[in-house]
Design a protein around this ligand. Sequence first.
Ligand code: HAM
Length: 398
Amino acid sequence: MWELVEVFRDEAMLAGFAQIIPPMFEDIAVFTRLGESTDVVTKELYDLEDNGGRRLALRPEFTASVCRAYVQERPLIPWKAWYAGPAFRQERPQRGRYRQFDQVGAEVIGSHDPDIDTEVIALAASFYRRIGLNQVVLLINTLGDQADRPRYLEALRGHFSADLDSLSEQSRHTLEANPLRVLDSKRPADADLVAAAPLLIDYVSDDAASAFQRVQGGLRALEIPFTIAPRLVRGLDYYTRTAFEFASSALDAAQNAVGGGGRYDGLVADLGGPEEPGVGFALGVDRTLLACDSEGVFDPQPASPQVWVVAATAGTEALQLTAELRRAGLSVNRSFDGKSMKAQMKAANRSAAPVAVIVGDQEVADDTVSLRLMQGDGNQAVVARREMVSKVKELLQL
Ligand code: HAM
């Protein structure tokens, strides 16, 4: 997991993002703003009460916390922040869907420029490219502005209400709370009606439509392939304008979203801040790792150490030699539990370490160590103890 976080940090820093470490739990009001009609808030939030009777929630995501931090600290805009860490949602656990999962993500607060949308999408795309995932596709849509919403919701309500009997019972409830969410229904009963539903793109303002064109032009200019998904609505309510998802075709369709994000131009104000727009994304680390497994990105064999220390002495030589070699930046391992010389050599062989450092009573008396090349002719040489590190590096051709 940390390898992925390191790659992400590298990419984020190249793009001018600074790290933010938000708390894992906050006042519940920070998260209820994510949408009263979303599963994340109504069903999945871990809702706690502390000794003082304060209602807290384990964070289900980071965006609301980042906006809350922005409102409190008011850094210079545009403010670019990246993060990594666990998030919590009460879900029915299954492959790719957990109650605790990790996200890495990035947010930009304070700019309306659609080039920023393109830039954050490019950041996510370069992360996937760098870790070697090839079967990840980018889906994009525009959700228009809040002002465009009522007309579209009206059209959606009209569309679904005209054929209410064909709609699943769950979706009928959803329709009352938030018609937009019906588009997210994966239930087969709803498929035909959802497919025939009016499209948001036909209801957005000229301004939002031209911003969407600009984002598409930017992605083309950067040669980032994408597909327009006119029914993509995302699972949180704060989105406006650009919305996107990265889906892995190497994963089961139900849990194939390895990341997603978009614009949230009203969230900062909703949290009591100024009218500052925002855009960002989060990538699911657990699902990304599953996709890596499916695509065979990582070598399934754990890396073998460079050196194995074999000690046939009762003293602390094994501890000291191992520590000295590690300080020199070499990966080193050894046996424990007073194993016989033969058992230790067997372990050295099994580890596939190219070099063994061997120390017995004679070596201790002479202030030397023996170095053995584990491959080839098994050549062994005695060297002065103070030359051990440089000789080992020579053997490893470092
Ligand atoms: P999200 O789509 O809810 O968006 O989550 C982003 C990613 O986190 C998903 O694509 C998925 O890979 C992973 N994920 C979500 N829930 C789970 C789970 N239960 N188990 C495993 N992985 C999961 C957000 O969280 C937004 N905050 C993204 C964003 C940032 N939008 C703007 N800025």
